[in-house]
Unconditional design. Structure first.
Length: 181
């Protein structure tokens, strides 16, 4: 994807506190969107060190020995790892041009960025709602739409357990899901 294509890419984030069910929702939502002929990719932000390859494997050894990028390829898939070394962590807008063009990029994490987001809210997590501080949140997916904390919420409330309803909500708004600088 070029920088120009990345600027026109439809992007929708999923923001919520740890344990709210972001990953579970995405795993259910991806097939629901694909049934609607939406091509999509995902970006997941991690707040900690992580490895996608295993210690002792060749790719791990290449990266550990100092390679900035390691590309692994097989007959089934390929993956590119980029070690930041002393570079600062890239912004979402810097990562999108590295991806292939699709109809929609779903983002888990990057909750402080200004891209459109659906908040995942579970009262049982006992954390504050994010939408009050984040004008980029366009809806809330929750298991408890009638809870007291959401009584004055002006945003659409969607059943967190209804991936088809969330997919319909996304498809209806697809053209407005644009990454802002």
């Amino acid at each position: 994807m070029t920088d120009a294509t990345a600027k026109n890419t439809k992007v929708l984030g999923f923001a919520g506190w740890s344990g709210s069910g972001k990953t579970t929702l995405l795993v259910d939502l991806i097939p629901a969107l694909r049934k609607r002929n939406i091509t999509l990719s995902t970006v997941k932000h991690a707040h900690h060190n992580f490895d996608v390859d295993q210690p002792g494997k060749d790719s791990y050894r290449h990266r550990e020995s100092g390679a900035t990028e390691v590309l692994i390829s097989s007959g089934k898939r390929w993956a590119l790892m980029h070690e930041l070394r002393e570079e600062k962590e890239p912004e979402l807008k810097d990562l999108l041009p590295k991806m292939s063009a699709v109809d929609l990029v779903l983002v888990e994490g990057f909750k402080r960025n200004s891209h459109p987001k659906i908040e995942i809210y579970r009262p049982s997590v006992d954390k504050p709602l994010l939408y009050r501080e984040d004008p980029a949140i366009i809806a809330i997916a929750t298991e408890s739409p009638d809870c007291e904390a959401l009584a004055d919420c002006p945003l659409p409330l969607i059943d967190l357990d209804d991936a088809d309803a969330i997919a319909d909500f996304i498809v209806e708004r697809l053209d407005s899901l644009v990454l802002k600088d």
